[in-house]
Design a protein around this ligand. Sequence first.
Ligand SMILES: Nc1ncnc2c1ncn2[C@@H]1O[C@H](COP(=O)(O)OP(=O)(O)OP(=O)(O)O)[C@@H](O)[C@H]1O
Ligand SMILES: CC(=O)C(=O)O
Ligand SMILES: [K+]
Ligand SMILES: [Mg+2]
Length: 482
Amino acid sequence: MQLPDHKTKIVATIGPASDTLEVLTQLIEAGMNVARLNFSHGDPAYHGAVIARIREAAAVTNRRVAIMGDLPGPKMRIGDLAEEPIELQRDDPLILTTDEILGDKHRIGISFPNLLDAVQPGDRLYLNDGFILLKVVEVKGTDIHCNVRVGGELRSRKGLNLPGINLGITAFTENDHDWLRFAAEHRLDAVSQSFVATADDILAVRRAAEAMNYAPFIIAKIERADALDNLKAILTAADGIMVARGDLGVEIPIERIAVVQKQITELANHFGKPVITATQMLESMVIYRRPTRAEATDVANAILGGTDCVMLSAESAMGRYPVDAVAMLASIATHVEPERSKQPFVRAMDGFNGGERMRAVDLIAASVYHTINNSAPRAVIVPTQSGSTPRNVARFRPPVWILAFSPNPATCQSLQFSYGIHAIQVEADRPDWSRFARHWLGERGIDSGLVLLTQGPTAENPCGNYRMEILELGLDAGKICD
Ligand SMILES: Nc1ncnc2c1ncn2[C@@H]1O[C@H](COP(=O)(O)OP(=O)(O)OP(=O)(O)O)[C@@H](O)[C@H]1O
Ligand SMILES: CC(=O)C(=O)O
Ligand SMILES: [K+]
Ligand SMILES: [Mg+2]
């Protein structure tokens, strides 16, 4: 059994640069664990065809790949431009209109009628991830007259952000509902909801999915300021979380991104839920074969800080070097992970020391971690139904792989998001895991050294105790000891 040299998981957005069977196969071989489809771009027919090709590539390479559909949320975008790009200069007048037009450098369409009531003279509007700044001069009829404060190049369908202006809309929109149905029909493993503000936004997705008889792994994308006040509730409601730095870096001052990223990551580690660090990780690789020093360092710092996944957006969706970008993430992770300090362990335990009693699963996870540090086992085997026990162990970032044995295929797919966990689907839950594990390892030629095994109560064995076993392999060849 050959596992990768790195344990950080890799999410890659699939787009025109990467949607062929050939490139998808190469992305998987380079280390892509999760393929992200951004439903803000492309129609259902396009994404349907891409999903089929991702599954084909996974079958060809015999690797597990999860697919995540990114629900756009109430992101405002400009309409199409007659000619692009256009160049906006400082002090230019510019009209944003809710009229349906093909835009030019004087007047640009916006498909969001509420905007007329929400803005007033003096407000700041940002285009294209904050690169272009407009100031509102006046609102007249269906037009918002603006003045360009910071100019730049603009293309069709780029995003519009209004930091600090409440548009009174919830994250999960009708359009998202349609895309969720698409995700359900294609049995996607995960969906990520954009612009989450509260736990209710996640519950809305979950309830809508339930009504479709669909139970995806749900990722909350943190990209607006309000969400930062509700992080614990959002993490409780969601299955995982994403630091969506593209919009977040416009919605809050860009100077705060580093600290907010660290706080979200620590909290997710504490909750034992996976966290994805996203956007511009290797941005210059859209054009160049090598990343900048700053980008390579950003990826490394995200890993050192405890992220489960690193994500590519434009690099893999529309860049020149999608496969090199995935390989670069894998290589940085391989070099950085062994250098991680023990801090994440201490952090993940924070809060349990202040009087709060540790849960049995935490005690087991902590025991596994201590045992690993003193014995260098070959792997940790964690049978699981929901995936929560292996995630609880993984949050201490042990230096060996956690092999999660699960009879639940959805659980196996969802573990693609978790650092250091390799999921193995088994036929059924069983009362004799240690015997099964020995046999399973033996079949793969693993017949010496130590392997740790954890067990807890299960549906089949509700009275089972929480325990950690130490399997000493090959001590007594030929004799069946268990
Ligand atoms: N399916 C697709 N078809 C065409 N272009 C795509 C597709 N997916 C992504 N892209 C391109 O890659 C760019 C980067 O992807 P990304 O997922 O970051 O989208 P975004 O619109 O910038 O932001 P957000 O993730 O906040 O929606 C997009 O702006 C778009 O130009
Ligand atoms: C990924 C995403 O939506 C963002 O960074 O804004
Ligand atoms: K999106
Ligand atoms: Mg975003």
